[in-house]
Design a binder for this molecule. Structure first.
Ligand code: FAD
Ligand code: EPU
Length: 338
């Protein structure tokens, strides 16, 4: 076990925020993880599990131990008539795992191509994009209980998945380290092109026969054209969730804002794109120092280089207040604030 002290986390978070960790170590096995959990820290010091750092905003130094997950391995664990069951260790890169599935002709995750981060964080907020969420293909996971020091097994029901939600973000926050996730992939693909932009992109690509490979490529093309690359501009994807409101709130909103876009969520709720609300409040392209709101996607807050996490957080607070004032809608942050 090698523990480094006062380590900069700049290269370990996609916002590129330059904070330090009092202690920092990687773990590549459950034994190494156990050693780190046994490492004594002053009381009230934080222990933070870190994956790819693509959904985190550091607003201060970490006065504790950052444990970077490097558990590796992907394998087909079983199959039945309709499915392949593939287990991936938490430290595997998510996109590489998706590519492994697409290349093996295991269907179900292709719409989730190119989402940054690691497999271990995928159930944390039930990652989703282009009409699909991981809960649709999730089979089970194994997680290490930090206090009990034992492995627990979770199926989909146990995880209480919701829109960008799971039990690990709420009730079990900071209690478990996810070790591996098993996905249930289809032998016969069920193509999901319901998200408008996919159809258009497939047409542009002149795809004659639909395949999971083509959908994956279409999603990669759309994402690359729409979202800023963290290697060029620091960001963590959507900073806020799209608010879900009771359908009864829509009428009064439409009276004042006839152009407000919305999507039905079941019969009783609607989802409003937060990017639209933020843009209407005039924030799109706004920049103060090195903290800003992206020029093409108002839902993405960015660090142009030397912004502090506090500055990005302050900007998010101002955005939240102005959306509240103009629309009486309270946005909720998606990004984990540390
Ligand atoms: P981290 O940022 O390292 O961690 C996130 C949280 O999970 C932290 O609280 C951390 O402590 C905890 N955690 C991480 N690993 C573990 C573990 N093994 N056990 C227990 N806790 C753990 N998300 C979407 O859902 N859809 C998108 O389309 C999408 N697009 C994005 C686009 C861009 C450009 C970026 C930068 C981000 C995007 N995201 C998107 C957000 C992000 O990619 C996902 O949330 C991703 O799952 C985060 O993975 P990570 O490994 O980087 O997690
Ligand atoms: N819009 C604007 N102005 C903007 C941005 C968006 O008006 O500046 C409106 C437009 O009406 C547009 C709509 O918002 O049609 C939706 O925008 P987009 O398709 O870009 O998707 P999003 O709702 O902003 C969500 C997810 C993304 C995911 C995409 C694709 C959330 C919080 N975000 O973004 O996930 O990749 O859909 O499915 O649900 C993430 O979670 O980090 C993330 C990037």
């Amino acid at each position: 076990m090698t523990i480094q002290n006062d380590k900069s986390l700049k290269q370990y978070n996609t916002f590129g925020i330059d904070v330090t960790a009092r202690h920092f170590a990687t773990f590549g096995s459950v034994n190494e993880l156990t050693d780190l959990l046994n490492y004594e820290l002053p009381s009230r010091s934080q222990r933070l599990v870190l994956g790819g750092g693509s959904n985190i905003l550091f607003t201060k130094d970490v006065d504790g131990l950052v444990m970077k997950n490097e558990l590796k391995g992907m394998e087909l664990v079983r199959e039945d008539k309709e499915h392949y069951y593939v287990r991936a260790a938490a430290g595997e890169n998510w996109h590489q795992f998706v590519m492994f599935c697409v290349n093996s002709n295991y269907a179900g995750l292709e719409n989730l191509s190119l989402i940054p981060g690691n497999v271990g964080a995928s159930p944390m907020q039930n990652i989703g994009a282009y009409g699909v969420e991981i809960k649709d293909s999730f089979e089970s996971l194994e997680a290490f209980h930090i206090e009990e020091k034992s492995i627990h097994h979770f199926n989909a029901n146990d995880c209480e998945f919701g829109y960008r939600e799971s039990i690990f973000k709420r009730k079990y926050r900071n209690q478990f380290v996810i070790l591996n996730v098993t996905y249930r992939l289809n032998k016969k693909p069920v193509f999901n092109t319901s998200y408008g932009a996919i159809e258009q992109e497939l047409e542009k690509m002149e795809v004659k026969e639909l395949s999971i490979d083509a959908i994956s490529q279409a999603v990669i093309n759309i994402r690359s054209s729409k979202l800023p690359d963290p290697k060029q501009i620091g960001n963590a994807g959507s900073f806020f969730k799209n608010p879900t409101l009771p359908a009864s709130m829509l009428g009064p909103l439409q009276q004042v804002h006839p152009a407000i876009p919305f999507y039905a969520v079941g019969d009783s709720h609607v989802k409003i794109p937060a990017g639209w609300l933020i843009e209407q409040c005039g924030w799109k392209g706004f920049r103060e120092g090195d903290a800003g709101c992206h020029k093409q996607q108002a839902l993405v807050l960015v660090n142009y280089g030397a912004a502090t996490g506090h500055q990005v957080y302050q900007l998010s607070e101002k955005i939240l207040q102005s959306v509240k004032e103009k629309f009486n809608i309270l946005l909720e942050r998606e990004v984990n604030i540390i």
